[in-house]
Design a protein around this ligand. Structure first.
Ligand code: URA
Length: 430
């Protein structure tokens, strides 16, 4: 087989065989196919698409390009979750402890922020000492002992995806449904998931801007799951405004802790309960979604979910006193609340603008390798559909200094749209 023939076949809109896809992935992982041919192949896929079978073959080939974590000796059914990325999305920080407290052991490998979208690992590192580099053995031991793990992707899992992703990033080939779907699902399969709840975000603060494109991605991923013998539930969640109130790192950890105490923002609590219910259903701990929701609520009410978070932080070397007393978490030097200049109803809170402004403050990375500032971010006090009076708090800036405040103040204020008449609130899920 020759790489060039496989590129030409895809260029000519023909369907590749499993053997051709296996060959291509195997050979580029071991360095035998040069980057320029991999890039040409990725562009041919972006332009001409892939069938569900091809996408599944690509996913499986990438999943098998490195180690495959087998969790069957630790847990009867390994349930994972994945968010396709958004603004203010601290869901994993609350959902994992909730689900684990309900008796479903849950180990997850999370990622860092990507562009305007925050990352769970960056948020967790607000807690001094917290390790995100567990080995596979440590992962399994901790999952067995306390039923919860939250760490970074280990390097030996799905190395083909790592290689392909870094090329896609610089060759204009990120925005391809089969490439995104196979990238996400290969990592989930390699990490040992037997069942997966996908939280696919749709809106201006997501990689998929419309419900239609989010649905297409969700369908591609559920099809891969089915063909690979996994159970997959995909939810399409709104990301046209930030989720919850906090956007940043430490501020999001505080909000996730509040949610575990039952006092998080309403939209975020509801989002977490719904996701937890779906995970408990797939993990066969709840017979119905309603029962899963009730179990999740009980784990919050009786304090067991918060206790799980404390166990997790302690097990991974973090200072638990920062979770017990979140006021100890990094706080910004300058905190400025901006009041509404208008009276009316909030018609829009542009999530991407706020995510990008958070990156400007240093909550995310402008360039690969940049240090993240855990203390900075925003609190968004008003949501679409809520009324506001002149002088009411609209948002709060947590910044390093007043220069930063000047850089983002107007931009974030302009992210709010106002209406004189009533505006319907945005749905949480589509
Ligand atoms: N997240 C991933 O892991 N891969 C993609 O291709 C896009 C988002």
């Amino acid at each position: 087989m020759r790489a060039v023939d496989i590129i030409i076949k895809k260029r000519d809109k023909l369907e590749l065989t499993d053997a051709e896809i296996d060959f291509f992935v195997r050979e580029f992982t071991n360095g035998a196919i040069p980057d320029y041919q991999v890039s040409a192949w990725a562009m041919a896929i972006l332009l001409n698409g892939m069938t569900a079978r091809e996408t599944t073959a690509l996913t499986l080939a990438m999943a098998h390009s490195g180690a495959m974590l087998d969790l069957s000796d630790v847990i009867d059914i390994a349930v994972d979750k994945h968010s396709s990325g958004g603004v203010g999305d601290k869901t994993t920080l609350s959902v994992l402890p909730i689900v684990a407290a309900c008796g479903l052991p849950c180990g997850k490998m999370s990622g860092r922020g990507l562009g305007f979208s925050g990352g769970t690992l960056d948020k967790l590192e607000s807690i001094p000492g917290y390790r995100v580099d567990l080995t596979t053995d440590e992962f399994k031991t901790q999952l067995r002992e306390i039923g919860i793990v939250l760490t970074g992707q280990s390097l030996d899992l799905a190395p083909a995806d790592g290689k392909l992703y870094s090329l896609r990033d610089v060759t204009g080939t990120v925005d391809s449904t089969p490439l995104i779907a196979s990238s996400i699902m290969s990592k989930k399969l390699a990490a040992g998931a037997q069942a997966i709840v996908l939280d696919v975000k749709a809106g201006n603060g997501a990689f998929m801007p419309t419900v239609e494109s989010a649905r297409e991605l969700a369908e591609a991923m559920t099809a891969i799951g089915r063909l690979a013998g996994r159970q997959v539930t995909a939810l399409i969640a709104d990301m046209n405004q930030p989720l919850g109130v906090a956007v940043g790192n430490a501020v999001e950890v505080v909000e996730a802790i509040q949610a575990l105490h039952g006092s998080g923002p309403e939209d975020f609590m509801e989002h977490c309960l719904h996701l937890s219910a779906h995970m408990l259903l797939l993990g066969r701990r709840a017979e119905t979604l309603e029962r899963g929701g009730a179990m999740a609520q009980k784990a919050i009410d009786n304090g067991s979910a918060f206790e799980k978070l404390c166990q997790l932080v302690a097990a991974q070397g973090g200072d638990v006193s920062f979770v017990e007393h979140p006021e100890k978490l990094p706080t910004a030097k300058v905190i400025v609340t901006v009041e509404s200049p208008y009276a009316g109803t909030i018609a829009g809170v542009h999530a991407r603008t706020i995510g990008e402004a958070a990156v400007t403050l240093g909550a995310g990375r402008a360039q690969k390798g940049d240090q993240v500032d855990h203390a900075v971010g925003f609190m968004i006090h008003k949501k679409v559909g809520q009324t506001v009076s002149v002088g009411e708090p609209l948002f709060t800036i947590h910044a390093r200094d007043h220069t930063q405040v000047g850089q983002v103040r107007q931009i974030v204020q302009d992210a709010f749209a106002f209406s004189d008449g009533p505006v319907a609130p945005l749905p949480l899920f589509y």
